[in-house]
Design a binder for this molecule. Structure first.
Ligand code: HEM
Length: 123
């Protein structure tokens, strides 16, 4: 797509405020999820919040540059499987629903995250 087309996803997610709210909701859901929470046992929530927010901002075409570690570098050794990945995506979808993000917008974000699967699972 065009640069303009890319920029609209960031806007349609509600921009900086919308993404901040989305990440906050997502983090709360991770905190209540028996399957996913253990992965974060030794993680810093504030560091994760910062990195995940900036990454989402960049992926959605917003005015951010994610300069954290690469997806493989972060997730290597965690032994994340398909079901874990799907669960995290599900929590993100629930968080988007809670924040009133329309289905087509949800799907546009998911389409940009799906290609990262191979950098996150079984590595
Ligand atoms: C599309 C899927 C995913 C994306 C885009 C993603 C992205 C990220 C990003 C951007 C960070 C923060 C990096 C930083 O700034 O330090 C991060 C950290 C983390 N991710 Fe993921 N992730 C995904 C899926 C998963 C899954 C499925 C799991 C586990 C089941 C997971 C577990 C973690 C953990 C535990 C951390 C914190 C690491 C630490 O700080 O110690 N992620 N992820």
């Amino acid at each position: 797509g065009t640069a303009a087309g890319k920029d609209t996803l960031y806007r349609d997610l509600g921009g900086e405020q919308g993404i901040d709210r989305l990440v906050e909701t997502f983090i709360r859901k991770v905190g209540r999820d028996e399957r996913i929470l253990p992965y974060f046992a030794r993680a810093s929530v504030s560091h994760f919040r910062e990195g995940f927010t900036t990454h989402l901002c960049q992926v959605s075409g917003g005015p951010c540059t994610y300069d954290g570690d690469s997806m493989p570098d972060i997730h290597t050794g965690m032994q994340i499987d398909e079901a874990d990945f799907n669960r995290v995506v599900e929590l993100l979808v629930e968080a988007m629903e809670d924040n009133g993000i329309a289905y087509p917008v949800q799907n546009r974000l998911l389409a940009r995250l799906a290609p990262l699967r191979g950098e996150i699972i079984h590595i």
